[in-house]
Design a binder for this molecule. Sequence first.
Ligand SMILES: Nc1ncnc2c1ncn2[C@@H]1O[C@H](COP(=O)(O)OP(=O)(O)O)[C@@H](O)[C@H]1O
Ligand SMILES: [Mg+2]
Length: 245
Amino acid sequence: MVDNVFKSFIAELLVLNKGERVSNFEYRGKRYWLKQAEHHSGVMRILKPSPLEAIKTEVLTLKKMAEKLAPVPKLVLAEKDFFVVEDVGSTVKQWLTEEQISQPCMHQILNDSAKALANLHKMSLAHGRPALRDISWQDGQVTFIDFEASQYKKDLDYQQVRDLLVFIHSLYRYLGPLHDFIVPAIEQYRLQGGEAIWQNAAKCLKKWQWLYYPVSLFKNRGGRDLTPVYWVLKHFRGQSAHSFG
Ligand SMILES: Nc1ncnc2c1ncn2[C@@H]1O[C@H](COP(=O)(O)OP(=O)(O)O)[C@@H](O)[C@H]1O
Ligand SMILES: [Mg+2]
């Protein structure tokens, strides 16, 4: 599919969308996404990893995941400062903010996403930061996007626990305390093979439960990052992990 016509089409897009981090386009009736190296300014140049390294890591991760048949977008073109992938539909975050979404549909999307995360973990893989804006859902098919978060620095158990905590945090971040939707999704993760990782997450969070009361002071006014921390702590607090000593 990647012929010279496609390549010159991309070259034109790169000029038109110069400096734009992520953009999508249609080519011969199909949608694609173009992701370019980020342009940092000021202090971010020091704080953030090299943009070219980040693109390289993401391309490598996409290839590694595809080899293992993990659900990731198909890579169609990769160069040192950008890559192009196929469109995989709306993200879970976008679905949740649809006004007409029905409750059964919302349950389905959340449960499918949790099951897909458990499946990814069963394949001995981790995402790095599976927030709802980086998980897509299309006709029951869940796909993970955005693999920029570094994957290789810690062992797999740690990465999978972190994935689960990021996922639960993201559920509370975007839904608020809608337990009727969130609790069944977490159940799905546990039932579909994620139980041991859930137990590890519970064990890990036990050390942080002292934060529960201080954080509870912010449960209604902690903003979109801190308030979900309260609900994550509460989720694990309310349930007994079998491996607690
Ligand atoms: N293959 C894709 N299919 C559908 N949407 C995508 C795809 N790639 C990116 N997006 C959309 O673009 C957004 C930003 O892309 P992402 O790779 O997450 O970049 P960033 O690193 O800037 O967060 C995603 O949250 C999603 O909404
Ligand atoms: Mg992203």
